[in-house]
Design a protein around this ligand. Sequence first.
Ligand code: ASP
Ligand code: MG
Length: 457
Amino acid sequence: MITVMKFGGTSVGSPEALQRAAGIILSEKNDKIVVASAMSGITNFLVKGSESLPDNRQEIIDEFEKKHLDVAGQLLNEEQMAAFMEDFNARMQKFKELLWDGAVPNDPYYIDNLTSQGERFSTLILCHALKAAGARSVALTSEDCGIYAEGKPLSGSADLRRTESMMAMKVKPYINDGVIPVITGFYGIKSDGLPLTFGRGGSDYSAAVVANAMNADVLEIWTDVDGFMSTDPRIVPEAIKIDEMNFSEAAELAYFGAKVLHPRTIEPVRMKHIPLKVRNSFKPDEPGTIIHHLRKPKDDLLRSVAIKTDLSIISIGSAEIAYHPKMVARIVEKIAENEVVIYSISTSLSTVAFLVHNNDVRSILLKLNTLDPEDIERIEVKSDMALVCAVGDNLLSKCGVSAEIFTAVKEARANVEMISEGASDVSLNFVVPMSRATDVVKILHNKYVGGGSNEGL
Ligand code: ASP
Ligand code: MG
């Protein structure tokens, strides 16, 4: 049995946190593989540093080195520190070369390489913390493991097949030998061997990729919250932790607002039916949330309500667009050129509307301006919208659910600007102005989540 255990930035961000992480790893009975993020604050520090290159190279090196040595120095005794320094100096040498010899300011591939560096050092410290506790462990980079990726900087995707065969060769022998591999999260390597990151927060996805590649029996994401909550506790203090979810529910929630997991974490484990647990490394005795295939349906109308804010609706009017599917295709193609995320699309006879992030509106409008003006009658933008994502069991097959939900929305005096229902059986998504969104969430949560009444349904 293999457990893949992933530790986030705060769970490896201080000597105490690293000690706690090492304790959690050592108390796991199965064979284990560890994946870690950079220590908290380090990736932000590198991103910021990359913006003022090349003048600040020495400052980046000095501060980066100091941050890691301070933590390692507090965690390890003299003898352990001496062993650590050998590995550390070798990695630090490469880090310096990357900044002095290889700096290519403003090149997104270079920035991906630079910002992926934090993981190489957090994993090294964690590996030595495990050794200090008497375990056998090895710190492996994504290069060492053969975690292959393709795509664009900051949005790479793993090549799961290639990674699986590489890891069987490069990592499996350590497991067979009783050694605990501690692997860098956040990035894979392109075919040319250079790093490509999976996007901010992407270490969760890395861990799912490792679990997939190693055919793990369980993936544990150790973070700094108790698990998935029924809604954001800052909005509704009575929010409850969700003990159990299925993959679709977790995917919808992670995508539409809950910040517990990187949304792409679900797919690599869902494909191989690997259960995923979200656990709090600061409260290792709590069971967290388990996400798997087998959850039994419950009676509550809703299980959770998430919101995603700072969105805009771009509506494009064009005569009888519904009869011209090619025109819809051209519009979508234009928007897709920018690789922005489209959260929802809705069409009517003469309008097609897209839900996108506020920050993407400008670049989309520039693209739409290049369409044939004869095709487009008008373009309207409504900004500062929020998408409410209501998740529950079999929402589509229960009669009257929408009526219930929209009655609650009316109570919050919110106008529904856009609806997307039917795309998934576990969620009903709709858009309201941001100013009303928290009231909508409060009312929906109080009425329908965790023991709220849903009589008549
Ligand atoms: N260290 C990376 C970040 O801060 C990846 C991660 O934390 O998951 O985005
Ligand atoms: Mg994270």
